[in-house]
Ligand binder design. Structure first.
Ligand code: SF4
Ligand code: MG
Length: 324
């Protein structure tokens, strides 16, 4: 086991009150495994990732409970300098927006090279050679010629490849990619996703792929964890989820993917909006939007029921949902 998040809680203290962004999340990632974490914006998937990376420790966000066990150590108990060492070297993160994550006044060669001069003590010349090699690995054409260019001289897709190269540089055991393709157009999205899948296999690293788009994970993920209102509502191998969701929210997400065989039909949309995290509905947080909701859902919070050895659902009526 590479990473296990246990009963994680994160709160944001704001002037208007306390937003409960993460409310007891648990998931695990094994070596070489890809876990897709799926949910609408505000479901807590990015905040969970930031807590894992240790980049949340800036007010107002605060971890109020739980454990983040990475390679046998609970990261939440480590000192900041130790966490900083782990970041980049042992776990790295890829963000949605490469342009704001890359330094506009440094060439990509210098930025990639810095990973090797700072962390590996290489000379500038060696580091430059490593940068070219990395650019090759993420399939940036003419790497040797382009290594001296600035981020704005690359297309969105190529910039995202540079971000991936930065994350890969020190060959971390885990990469967390937060909506890595959301800002790209559809064809480029597919290429970048394919690249990530390939590299993940090549490097045998664990990958947490955060997305709001169930459509992009089918070919890439081994397992899916679906988040809603800061909790995991369903967790299962990817094929199980596509075959039959065991939670009405997952079903809603599946039914809202555009599909070729349903061309012309109107797309399903889950009714209503995600809850306000300052006043999460009692019982099942999804009940105001759920087509299967009944009285017990408004009062009793569903635990994560064990549906099978590898599958959990936080719905009182998961059986019904599966049979549907
Ligand atoms: Fe819907 Fe009730 Fe299941 Fe929640 S517990 S998802 S409200 S049926
Ligand atoms: Mg996000």
């Amino acid at each position: 086991m590479l990473l296990e998040v246990r009963d994680l809680h994160v709160e944001f203290h704001t002037r208007d009150g306390v937003a409960k962004a993460v409310n007891g999340v648990g998931y695990r990632v094994d070596e070489g495994e890809t876990l897709a974490v799926l949910g609408e914006s505000g479901s807590g998937k990015s905040v969970t990732a930031q807590a894992i990376m240790g980049i949340l420790d800036v007010p107002p966000g605060r971890v109020t409970g739980g454990e983040v066990v990475f390679q046998g150590r609970d990261l939440l108990t480590l000192k900041e300098d130790e966490r900083r060492r782990i970041r980049g070297a042992e776990m790295a993160m890829i963000f949605q927006d490469a342009l704001s994550s890359l330094n506009p006044v440094l060439t990509v060669g210098d930025q990639l090279g810095e990973m090797f001069t700072v962390h590996r003590g290489m000379s500038r010349k060696q580091a430059r050679a490593e940068a070219v090699e990395l650019m090759d690995r993420v399939r940036i054409p003419a790497a040797r010629e382009r290594v001296g260019q600035y981020p704005h001289q690359f297309s969105g897709g190529m910039r995202q490849r540079i971000m991936i190269a930065m994350a890969l540089a020190l060959e971390p055991a885990l990469i967390i990619a937060d909506e890595p393709t959301t800002a790209l157009d559809v064809t480029v999205q597919a290429q970048v996703m394919e690249l990530l899948a390939e590299l993940r296999r090549e490097y045998r690293m664990g990958l947490v792929l955060i997305t709001h788009d169930l459509g992009v994970v089918a070919d890439v993920a081994d397992r899916i964890a679906v988040m809603y209102a800061g909790r995991i509502v369903e967790s299962a191998p990817v094929h199980d989820i596509y075959k039959a969701p065991a939670h009405p929210y997952t079903r809603g997400l599946l039914d809202s993917i555009p599909r070729l065989d349903r061309k012309g039909q109107e797309l399903y949309a889950i009714k209503g909006l995600p809850p306000n995290l300052m006043s999460i509905p009692p019982g099942c947080a999804f009940h105001p939007r759920c087509p299967l909701a009944r009285d017990v859902c408004r009062t009793d919070e569903p635990p994560l029921y064990q549906v099978s050895a590898t599958r959990g659902s936080a719905c009182h009526f998961w059986r019904e949902c599966l049979d549907d």
